[in-house]
Design a protein around this ligand. Structure first.
Ligand SMILES: C[S@@+](CC[C@H](N)C(=O)[O-])C[C@H]1O[C@@H](n2cnc3c(N)ncnc32)[C@H](O)[C@@H]1O
Ligand SMILES: *[C@@H]1O[C@H](CO)[C@@H](O)[C@H](O)[C@H]1NC(C)=O
Length: 306
């Protein structure tokens, strides 16, 4: 009797453990990648539309009310990379006279930082609320090297071959049709012009860190900020750039970047007493060499002739 009881309870425990671990595995498994990331979800192939909330970017106070805003912390890694790349690859191009464009500029976190370095730059974003906040902030801060315009990556409001440098930071992974966006960026660039960007690689690690932990568990990012299927591997992006007419740079010049964490005592204090939320555990971002397993920076040139 006792042995039958214990063997059945053993069986029960084993099945509960099995179901729990299968459930756990399922929770930790990223969705099925798209057949062709560069084209975007193909509904005829049963791939569902992207799940993404783009309205948050227009919300009042989204861009400039918090000096520790997540994208502001990324500036410490990305702005020096973009500036260094443009300086090195566009020698003799005066920053204050040439025209630079920030595609998907939002409220201008990166746009203003580049304007501060002397770039004459126009930010473009489909979110009217974001553009309004960019304009207001630039005016209040007294920047005149920066301007903003409503527009989308797949139809940029600029003439062919009219722009010296294009930046698109933290935007490509929000777009379904990358062929269209990269083609447009190539069209508006002058021959010899330079496109700089950062985006997120589609790895198990980026699923775990940005989707599961940052979006779902700790809510550091808005719930539907990203659709992991739209993340882009460096190889896919190189292919897309070539198709659009670019000469991508060598992969050794594409570098990873990642957030740093605050010291535990600092983080805990901020969490418990300053009500900063889990996002407050994070500090300035830094480059991390050839670790391109999540966010990475890169550049490509529109060829000078042909
Ligand atoms: C994570 S934010 C990045 C904002 C800004 N580049 C920065 O790094 O501070 C993504 C931005 O992409 C913009 N976006 C979404 N769809 C777009 C499209 N089709 N063309 C251009 N920008 C788009 C959103 O409105 C949002 O401002
Ligand atoms: C980027 O993602 C792809 C696909 O998961 C992977 O093969 C590649 O190794 C990743 N790159 C890095 C540097 O982690």
């Amino acid at each position: 009797m006792t042995s039958r009881l214990s063997s059945s309870s053993l069986l029960l425990t084993a099945s509960v453990a099995l179901v729990a671990s299968l459930g756990g595995l399922w929770l930790l498994t990223p969705p099925k990648p798209l057949r062709d990331r560069l084209k975007g979800p193909d509904e005829a192939q049963g791939e569902s539309e992207k799940v993404m909330d783009l309205d948050v970017y227009g919300e009042e106070g989204w861009w400039w009310s918090d000096p520790e805003f997540a994208l502001m912390l990324v500036n410490s890694a990305r702005i020096p990379y973009f500036d260094r790349t443009w300086k090195a690859k566009l020698p003799g191009e005066p920053r204050s006279e040439s025209k630079y464009v920030d595609v998907g500029c939002g409220g201008g976190t990166a746009t203003e930082a580049l304007a501060k370095l002397g770039y004459k730059i126009v930010g473009v974003d489909p979110s009217e609320g974001a553009i309004e906040q960019g304009l207001t902030h630039a005016k209040e801060a007294g920047f005149d090297g920066v301007d903003y315009q409503v527009g989308s990556a797949d139809s940029l409001p600029f003439e062919d071959s009219s722009i010296t440098g294009v930046i698109s930071s933290d935007v490509l992974e929000h777009l379904d049709d990358l062929h269209a966006a990269l083609g447009e960026i190539n069209r508006v660039l002058k021959p010899g012009g330079v496109f700089v960007f950062d985006t997120i690689n589609r790895t198990r690690w980026s699923w775990l860190s940005t989707i599961l932990v940052a979006q779902k568990w700790l809510r550091i990012l808005p719930k539907d900020a990203h659709d992991w299927r739209l993340y882009i591997t460096p190889a896919e992006l190189q292919q897309g750039l070539i198709t659009a007419g670019f000469e991508p740079s060598d992969m050794s010049e594409w570098v990873g970047m990642r957030p740093t964490l605050r010291w535990p005592h600092q983080g805990l204090y901020r969490l418990l007493f300053l009500g900063k939320g889990f996002g407050g555990l994070m500090d300035q971002w830094k480059m991390c060499g050839n670790d391109r397993s999540a966010s990475y920076l890169g550049w490509a040139r529109k060829p000078s002739v042909g």
